[in-house]
Design a protein around this ligand. Structure first.
Ligand code: SF4
Length: 102
């Protein structure tokens, strides 16, 4: 989600990883936004990301509020806890549930 003006960003790219809600908890998937650059961990369409994603890309502030950036992201407080990693079964169930969906 970062550009050069976002100096605190470590460019981990984890905020571009899809998540899903499970029993009130936000859980990471193994999928990233289609515009995520795997080599640089940055957004390939950053300057027009809202249009490119049809406004599905939230601002950093919105992501922090939604608790969808990872634990340890420099834009969060010390006591912030982000999404957790899924178990293999949770990930398989997620893929089974979303197969064929867009
Ligand atoms: S999760 Fe935080 S540190 Fe990582 S890319 Fe996103 S804004 Fe940057």
């Amino acid at each position: 989600m970062c550009d050069d003006g976002e100096t605190k960003c470590r460019r981990c790219g984890l905020c571009c990883r899809y998540k899903f809600w499970l029993d009130g908890e936000l859980v990471f998937t193994d999928k990233y936004c289609q515009f995520h650059d795997k080599e640089t961990h940055t957004c390939k369409v950053y300057d027009h990301r809202h249009e490119a994603t049809r406004n599905r890309c939230l601002s950093r502030e919105e992501m922090v509020k939604q608790r969808s950036v990872p634990t340890g992201c420099p834009y969060t407080d010390e006591d912030y806890v982000g999404p957790r990693e899924p178990t293999e079964k949770e990930l398989q169930d997620y893929h089974d549930d979303t197969e064929g969906a867009t």
